[in-house]
Design a protein around this ligand. Structure first.
Ligand code: 5GP
Ligand code: ZN
Length: 119
C-alpha cells in the first residue's frame, strides 16, 4: 500500500528506531533529525513517517503531511536560532539533483551565509 514502510529504506528504519539518529523533533506525522554529514551549522532533515520516494509523490498522495513537514522546518529553524538570519529548505528530487535517499526528506540548512544560486 502507498506510504507503507519499506524494508530496505534507511529513513523508514530511522522512523522505526532501528537505525539511530539525533532526533530534534517528532510529531504524529514527521521526524526531524540532524544530517550525518552536515553542510551547515544547522543541517536537519525533516521526513514524513510514511514512505514516499520524493516530495512530489508525497504531495500527490498526502498533501497534508507535506504541509506538516514545512511547518516543522520552521520549528527546527526557530529552535536552532537560525530563523531570523534566514535558512534554506531543499528537496533534492532525482539522482541528477543529488538525491541519494529515496524517502522524501526536506533539508533545513542555516547558521551560515548561503549562496544563491546553489551549486
Ligand atoms: P539527499 O542527498 O538524498 O538529498 O539527502 C540525503 C541526506 O541523508 C544526506 O545529506 C546524507 O548526509 C544524509 N544521511 C545519509 N545517511 C544518513 C544516516 O544514516 N543518518 C543521518 N542522520 N543522515 C544520513
Ligand atoms: Zn522509507
Amino acid at each position: 500500500m502507498a506510504g507503507e514502510p519499506q524494508a530496505d529504506c534507511l529513513f523508514c528504519k530511522i522512523v522505526a528506531g532501528e537505525v539511530p539518529a539525533t532526533i530534534v523533533r517528532e510529531t504524529e506525522t514527521t521526524v526531524a533529525f540532524r544530517d550525518i554529514n552536515p553542510q551547515a551549522p544547522t543541517h536537519v532533515l525533516v521526513i514524513p513517517k510514511v514512505h514516499y520516494p520524493d516530495a512530489a509523490s508525497l504531495a500527490a498522495a498526502e498533501p497534508q503531511v507535506l504541509a506538516d513537514i514545512l511547518r516543522e522546518s520552521r520549528e527546527v529553524a526557530a529552535e536552532d536560532k537560525v530563523e531570523d538570519r534566514g535558512y534554506r529548505v531543499v528537496f533534492n528530487t532525482g539522482a541528477g539533483a543529488g538525491q541519494t535517499v529515496f524517502h522524501a526528506h526536506l533539508h533545513v540548512l542555516g547558521g551560515r551565509g548561503l549562496q544563491w544560486p546553489p551549486g
